[in-house]
Design a protein around this ligand. Sequence first.
Ligand SMILES: Cc1cc2nc3c(=O)[nH]c(=O)nc-3n(C[C@H](O)[C@H](O)[C@H](O)COP(=O)(O)OP(=O)(O)OC[C@H]3O[C@@H](n4cnc5c(N)ncnc54)[C@H](O)[C@@H]3O)c2cc1C
Length: 640
Amino acid sequence: MANFFEDNDDIRFYVDKGIDWAPLVEITEYNWRSPDGFRNVDEAVDFYKGILQLVGEFSAEQIAPHALEIDRDGVLFKDGHVSFPPLLQGIFDQIKGLELHGLCVPRELGGSNVPLLVYFLNSEVMGRADVSVMAHHSFHGGIAMALLMYSVHEGTTEVNRAEWRIAKTRFEREIREIISGEAWGSMDITEPDAGSDMARLKARARQDENGVWRVTGQKIFITSGHAKYHVVIARTEDAKDPNDSFAGLAGLSLFLVPAFEDQADGTRTRFAEFVGIEEKMGHHGSATTTIAFEDTPAQLIGQRGEGFKLMLLLMNNARVGVGFESIGLCEAAYRAAKAYAEERVSMGKPIGRHELIADYLDEMRTDLQGLRALAIHCAWHEEMAQKLRLRARYFHDTDSVASRQDAKMADHYAAVSRQATPLLKYLASEKAVEMARRAMQIHGGSGYIRETGVEKLMRDALVMPIYEGTSQIQSLMAMKDTLMGVMKNPQEFVRRAAQARWLSVSATDPIERRVARIESTAYRATQHLMQKVATDKMKSVAKKPMSTWTSEFFKNWNPKRDFAYAMLHAENLTRILADAAISRVLWKQARKFPERRELADRYTERADLRVRHHYQLITNGSPRILQELAGQGDADAARA
Ligand SMILES: Cc1cc2nc3c(=O)[nH]c(=O)nc-3n(C[C@H](O)[C@H](O)[C@H](O)COP(=O)(O)OP(=O)(O)OC[C@H]3O[C@@H](n4cnc5c(N)ncnc54)[C@H](O)[C@@H]3O)c2cc1C
């Protein structure tokens, strides 16, 4: 039997030894206090492995062989109703039968209490078979976990501390319905006039005379948007002017909005209209819908004005999810390319033995393994941060030593994942496109033909750098976080930069020297951007009265104007930061597991050259574009 987990040595390395399971299992198992939980780490990891084997076989046997048919048939829309063709519906019936939707949900809420990390690994394995099937599947467990997280955040979850279990949570009914496979959810942000720029969202929510919230507006491009449960972001606060504290993002709130209710007599009461589905170039097994709300009853999540912050919580996990999904597609592309290159002969030998193609394949394999290392590193830290916060708040005495320790560790892990998440989303999605393109090229003319299946990978991959925050937005976030980090603690930045520089010449291990050189390049690139930003700011300050210089320089920063040079190079910096992050993770792995040295060597060899190239672009870039844009600034201001 084919099995997408069993045939993947790299994923199995992580499950067998590469992942630091002990702390993650312990916290997931409520410090072993759960009466129906596992007794030790090995028992738990065996269970996780069993799930991965199950999903690996299901993906290889029940999804992958039908991927072309799923792609051809798409989803159906008639009379305001979205449905799946029988084959696709059959796959989701099986997923429901296997009880995969509730994997990460705590046992006491009907789930299997598996770490999110296992769920993400499953996403990769399933994504290798078909990313659109994986996407619809993810809007079950993903939304159920988001609802639990929201309830925890707003304080409507209660725990039984004696038994270390959740006793009550606000959205329990919805969570149970979703994980049973009877319903699913969606994340409704995008509107016709606003995507990346959420401050422009127009959908509104108001409270009626009975205090019931009602949402009105249209949301477009919503994945699995024929859902029953919609997590909708809408404007609740009116701003008097752009400086009002409720202007822009601060005026947004988050809602849970049921789109319909099925009645006992088989009829459906609708609260919102499914306007239609998009005809897309790929992702044909998942519905991308337009939905219209008109005074639709809604439940406020959290506080008024917290919408953007809460949506980011959901999007953060979703971005890590897109990272794993993209890696699944990279794996499919690499395997298809490799198999074809071994079999197809040209000019006297298999094409895989021609230098150019051999180099393509080596780069694909190396990048794929590097991305997986970053994804697992990022997901582990994010999950530990979330669970430590939960333990600190609910299971320890307030302000106890244990609670403070958990909170401190949570902050540390959250900082690591905050740094890694945009890098992962950026690089994995961009590499998915690049590898699908390579796979097509390696297939020659056959790659352009539907039957081969690789052009489908290309079509499916192209949306990955677009949804859940585009590549440009990810790189702006990574750049902003990096520069703000330097501003907050310049001494630490200087210390680390000096250490990297010193290690790049003094470390005895050649791989460590190379990793330090890559890191040193990342610091130098950051420093260059900081210097440019500061110099440009000084120039603009110098034009103002001298008495205002101090406050202008230290207080009046306008991100859109003052960071122009850094924004121009955000993507170059992101590529460097991502290579540096992956190199660090792989080097740490190599020190612990000698068999991983070869990978660390292979990855850093390529990364070392890449970061130098991007560093050159940052330090020698032409100012022409910025000068042109500066001239257009007034016109933009007038339009805004
Ligand atoms: C198949 C599919 C599924 C989707 N699923 C969902 C979903 O489930 N829920 C949901 O809410 N949305 C969903 N979307 C929408 C998606 O998240 C948006 O398309 C995406 O956020 C980009 O927004 P936009 O299309 O409005 O593009 P815009 O925001 O108009 O951006 C257009 C281009 O400009 C760039 N750009 C914008 N601002 C800047 C800037 N400041 N600096 C540099 N470049 C910039 C962008 O990166 C992009 O390249 C989906 C889209 C697709 C295609």
